[in-house]
Design a protein around this ligand. Structure first.
Ligand SMILES: Nc1ncnc2c1ncn2[C@@H]1O[C@H](COP(=O)(O)OP(=O)(O)OP(=O)(O)O)[C@@H](O)[C@H]1O
Length: 229
């Protein structure tokens, strides 16, 4: 379980909230600029909060009152950013091998992952030679296979076609259900497919949390039903 409470002020906005992320899929929704990516950045340690406390699996990641701040590399979190953080000087295979080496007991081989994520034939390419969707898939593999304490994903499927998105979401569900997975998305389908708990943010604040009913605040489901009828 992750407990997070923080406040971070930028020039034009203060982002703050209290979040408890249980094992399973936690979806953070909200309009552009609401503060969703900042929540992920604060959790993984690349953004320092002005005030706050975070605990993950009984380890304190930061506690501003006590001056505790665990650096990002010591947090052992699997992270997927919008920018697909891959090592540019390593091929697809080397990027995946690097993550697998960090797992004490890897559950998968490189070949299985290349097959599962539809990357066969691209294993010797460098990230700069891949499409956006291919890069995104390598980034997702890297974040989930090294047995992280939790997985944080910021718009992880935005460049994927529908079929690939579905198969990867199914795979992620099968791998990570025993730990907290936190996903930032704008995509209602992704939220509905994966989400067990939902957090709605607006203007820097968490405005609602709960089950699927939270989605009703975010989208007009009646309007969507009309489109489908
Ligand atoms: N490093 C920074 N310096 C100044 N302002 C920042 C910084 N990071 C974020 N902000 C501001 O904080 C607000 C929230 O940004 P954030 O990226 O967390 O939003 P978001 O909900 O993830 O948006 P999007 O859906 O567009 O990615 C924005 O107004 C942004 O300009």
């Amino acid at each position: 379980m992750i407990f997070l409470s923080f406040k971070k002020s930028f020039k034009n906005i203060t982002i703050e909230g209290k979040f408890t992320f249980e094992k399973g899929f936690n979806v953070i929704l909200g309009p552009s600029g609401a503060g969703k990516s900042t929540v992920i950045k604060v959790m993984c340690g690349i953004e320092k909060p002005d005030e706050g406390f975070m605990k993950c699996c009984d380890e304190v990641f930061f506690d501003t009152k006590k001056g505790v701040f665990l650096p990002p590399q010591k947090r052992r979190l699997g992270v997927v950013f919008q920018s697909h953080n891959l090592f540019p000087h390593m091929t697809v295979r080397e990027n995946i091998e690097f993550a697998l080496k960090k797992a004490k007991e890897p559950q998968f081989t490189v070949e299985e992952l290349l097959e599962k994520f539809n990357l066969k034939g691209h294993e010797n390419k460098y990230p700069g030679e891949l499409s956006g969707g291919q890069r995104q898939r390598v980034a997702v593999i890297r974040a989930i296979v090294f047995n992280p304490r939790a997985v944080l994903m910021d718009e992880p499927f935005s460049s994927l076609d529908f079929k690939t998105k579905l198969s990867i979401m199914e795979f992620i569900k099968s791998v990570h259900i025993e730990k907290p997975v936190i996903i930032v998305t704008h995509d209602l389908f992704e939220a509905l497919y994966l989400g067990q708990k939902f957090f709605l943010m607006d203007n820097g604040k968490k405005v609602k949390e709960g089950g699927k009913e939270v989605l009703k605040e975010y989208v007009d489901l009646e309007k969507i039903k009309k489109f489908l009828s």
